[in-house]
Design a protein around this ligand. Structure first.
Ligand code: ZN
Length: 143
């Protein structure tokens, strides 16, 4: 897979406020390996998701990757009837925010989970997956 393709993928992620920086494009490689990753500041230990190349807390640029695993708590969720350009075909889908303690992960819930089954506080895990057209992504499943 060429870099051009990776960058195009990251553009798609940009619509959910991912940083399209070359430095954090490893995120896509990790996703391909089935891992969802964020960055952690080597100096102050602050964790970021989506991954950031620089620490907002102490302005350090030495970051390391960490893997998001285990369950987070469903903090909030919302069913979308309108989607950003490029996502119209997916409607309706549910966006959600999982609380992992030190960081939060924004994404979509597994479309096979009925909206009625979702409730604030339930445990969910973040899993790597592919969209119908083969693009890499991740979603939340019951944890
Ligand atoms: Zn820092």
């Amino acid at each position: 897979m060429g870099n051009k393709e990776q960058d195009a993928r990251f553009k798609k992620f940009g619509t959910v406020s991912f940083t399209a920086l070359t430095k954090v494009n490893d995120f896509i490689d990790h996703l391909e390996e089935g891992k969802i990753t964020g960055t952690k500041c080597k100096r102050c230990g602050k964790t970021y998701f989506p991954p950031r190349a620089d620490c907002y807390n102490c302005f350090n640029s030495e970051m390391e990757w960490f893997e998001i695993h285990g369950a987070g708590k469903l903090l909030t969720f919302s069913r979308l009837q309108y989607a950003p350009v490029g996502f119209e075909g997916d409607l309706p889908y549910t966006i959600a925010l999982l609380d992992y303690g030190d960081y939060k992960v924004f994404g979509r819930t597994d479309p096979s989970i009925p909206y009625e089954k979702l409730s604030v506080g339930m445990a969910m895990k973040t899993v790597a997956t592919k969209t119908g057209n083969g693009q890499l992504t991740y979603m939340f499943q019951e944890g």
